[in-house]
Every structure is written in structure tokens, then in C-alpha cells.
Design a protein around this ligand. Structure first.
Ligand code: PLP
Ligand code: COI
Length: 337
């Protein structure tokens, strides 16, 4: 293993020692297999290539000050991958198989879990896809579930420093009754044109509006959106956004801190009334937002160059639980032996 510059890691792929594979054939899942290869051999007719039968997850393992490794809320990722399977008719990965694979892949790649001091973590990427051939539009009868890991730093290069978002009304990420609420690859393919334009124009992500009316906030590229308004934590309710596990955790932590929590439609104009705004997700953690530029109306909402007080408290609380610095009253973490 070459020496890793833990402190300067970005969010990108790098090879670890091992990954896990599990095949679904003849209506059942096989045993977990360990591999040191980054490749798989697939049928050219596999449904993943032709009809996008694919879903993925993202979760993290953290090395605490006490040296212990903890994985955050993996049962929720297992459940969400099952929802994705139901959404595009793939075989479901049972929770125990999912969590067993996550524990095993972390154990096998322990040396890639960044040291506590670096502030980095081990990103875990489970992927499920149709490997059986179909040429008519039908679900495959064979699937492969894989889990790979890699050490990562912050998704937005600013880390916990405020970042800039942009609103463009000419792109939709997902249709109102479509696949936005599940984690399928097609949603991310559909977001690349707008995402790349945002990067070229100096923004870290697109803040999407609802596809039906373009009146309400949906989510930001690879993360959910939240805001603080007085003593309230507000986050969009929408049928086309991914139910973020980080956001679910922040709603709980906000309530524990005595804040009110609202999940509701948020009209774009309400951006002018928020004290703090942020993006949240596994990769994004909590990324405070400095500025939101409405590109169609040439209007800017500005929030400040430093993270807000409540966002900082939520960040500290969440990181405290993930790194084992604080009690974990909701049993969100699993220690890896
Ligand atoms: N929204 C989208 C579109 C995402 O890709 C992600 C990342 O998984 C999130 C939100 C955040 O979800 P989570 O907090 O479960 O990582
Ligand atoms: C995550 O936060 O885990 C994601 O999947 C977001 C992005 C990298 C696609």
C-alpha cells in the first residue's frame, strides 16, 4: 500500500485491497465473495447497459479518537437500496446480506480507514445491477451486488466552508412521479449537463426546483437542502428528492437540540427569509451555503462567508457521533471489530 496523504484527500476513486461481490442467480443470492480485482466480466446484453437497471448507495466508516472504526446507519442504506430495487424491478438485497457485506469489506480494508486526526473517512459504495441479458424492456433474471471502498475527503472542495449554489430553470433532475426518490444511476446521468455547467460557472452544485411548477425547492445536485429560520430547521418535502439519511439524522438532532423541525414545500422566494442554509448528505456531510444565484432572474441570495451558528452545532453533533466523541443515543453507529 502506498503512503496516503490523508489530510489532502478529495472525493475521488482510489483502489483499496479488496471488494465484495454477491451474485443473484436462479432466484437466489449466493455467498459473499472477496476479490482483489477491480474488474467484472459482463454479458453485452446485460440490462444495466441497455435499460439502466442499476442502483447504488453511499455510506461511510470513521476511525475515532479511540481507534475504533464505526459505520453510520448502514441499515438505512440497506432499506433504501431495497426501495430502489422495487422502483426499477431488481432483486432486493436482504438487509443482513447488505450489512454483512459492508462489515466484511471494511474489515478487509481497515488500513484504508483514515486516521482520526485527518478528518477524512472511508467511503463505502454498494452497487446493484442487472447482469442478465434482455433485449425487450424487461427486468433481468440475474444480478450482481458489489461493495467497494476508498478513503475520501470532502465532496465540495471547500469542506465545512460556505460554498455557492446556482438555480437554473431549464433542467430537471427527475420527474415528479419518476425515479427521483430512489438512488438509481439514471438520475445522476440526467444531472450531469446542469452539474458541469454549474462547475464551469464557478458553483459547486445546482439547486433544483420542483419539476412540475418550478416554484419550490427540491434538492442540490448530490445532497438534500436544509435551512434554519429562527428556531426552526426547514427542509423540502417533495416526491422527487432522495430521502437523505443525513437529513433524517439532522432532523432528529435538531429536535434533540430543541429546534422545531418542518418538512414542507419551500417556495423559492423564501430563500430571502433564511438565516442559514446548507446542503447535506453522506459525501457532502454538511456544506454550508454562502450564496445562491438565481441565474434566470439574475438575483443573488447571500448568507455569509462563515458557517452559521446552528449549522455548526449540527455539524459538530453529527461528527461527534460518527467519530465516537459523543454518546450515540439513537444507536446509529456500528463498531467494526
Ligand atoms: N440527494 C442526492 C441526490 C444524493 O445523491 C444523496 C447522496 O446519497 C443525498 C441526497 C444525500 O443522502 P444521504 O444523506 O443518505 O447520503
Ligand atoms: C453520497 O453522498 O453518498 C452520494 O452518493 C452522493 C454523490 C457522490 C453521488
Amino acid at each position: 500500500m502506498e503512503t496516503i496523504d490523508w489530510k489532502n484527500l478529495g472525493f475521488g476513486y482510489s483502489k483499496a485491497d479488496f471488494n465484495i461481490r454477491c451474485y443473484y442467480r436462479n432466484g437466489q443470492w449466493g455467498e459473499l465473495e472477496v476479490s482483489d480485482s477491480e474488474n467484472v466480466t459482463l454479458h453485452i446484453g446485460a440490462t444495466v447497459f441497455h435499460y439502466g437497471q442499476e442502483a447504488f448507495e453511499g455510506l461511510k466508516a470513521f476511525r475515532g479518537k479511540d481507534g475504533k472504526i464505526r459505520v453510520f446507519r448502514m441499515d438505512e442504506n440497506a432499506k433504501r437500496m431495497q426501495q430502489s430495487s422495487r422502483g426499477i424491478l431488481m432483486a432486493e438485497v436482504p438487509t443482513e446480506l447488505f450489512t454483512g457485506a459492508v462489515k466484511k469489506v471494511v474489515q478487509l480494508n481497515k488500513s484504508y480507514v483514515p486516521p482520526f486526526e485527518s478528518g477524512a473517512s472511508l467511503y463505502i459504495r454498494p452497487v446493484l445491477f442487472g447482469t442478465g441479458p434482455q433485449i425487450g424492456v424487461k427486468p433481468a433474471d440475474e444480478y450482481l451486488f458489489t461493495v467497494m471502498v476508498m478513503p475520501v475527503g470532502p465532496y465540495f472542495k471547500e469542506g465545512f466552508k460556505p460554498t455557492d449554489l446556482v438555480i437554473y430553470r431549464e433542467y430537471d433532475r427527475a420527474a415528479p412521479l419518476g425515479t427521483g426518490k430512489i438512488k438509481v444511476g439514471g438520475n445522476y446521468a440526467a444531472s450531469m449537463v446542469a452539474g458541469e455547467r454549474a462547475h464551469h460557472e464557478g458553483f459547486s452544485a445546482v439547486l433544483y426546483l420542483d419539476a412540475r411548477e418550478k416554484k419550490y425547492l427540491d434538492e442540490c445536485g448530490p445532497a438534500n437542502f436544509f435551512a434554519i429560520k429562527g428556531d426552526t430547521y426547514v427542509t423540502p418535502k417533495s416526491e422527487s428528492i432522495l430521502p437523505s439519511i443525513t437529513n433524517m439524522s439532522l432532523r432528529q438532532l435538531a429536535a434533540d437540540m430543541g429546534l422545531k423541525v418542518e418538512e414542507r414545500r419551500i417556495p423559492v422566494e423564501e430563500l430571502a427569509e433564511f438565516d442559514e442554509v446548507g446542503a447535506c448528505g453522506t459525501a457532502a456531510v454538511i456544506s454550508p451555503i454562502k450564496r445562491i444565484y438565481d441565474a434566470d432572474n439574475h438575483h443573488e441570495y447571500f448568507y455569509g462567508t462563515e458557517p452559521g451558528k446552528i449549522s455548526s452545532q449540527l455539524y459538530e453533533k453529527l461528527r461527534g457521533i460518527q467519530y465516537g466523541l459523543e454518546p450515540d443515543p439513537h444507536n446509529w453507529t456500528t463498531e467494526i471489530e
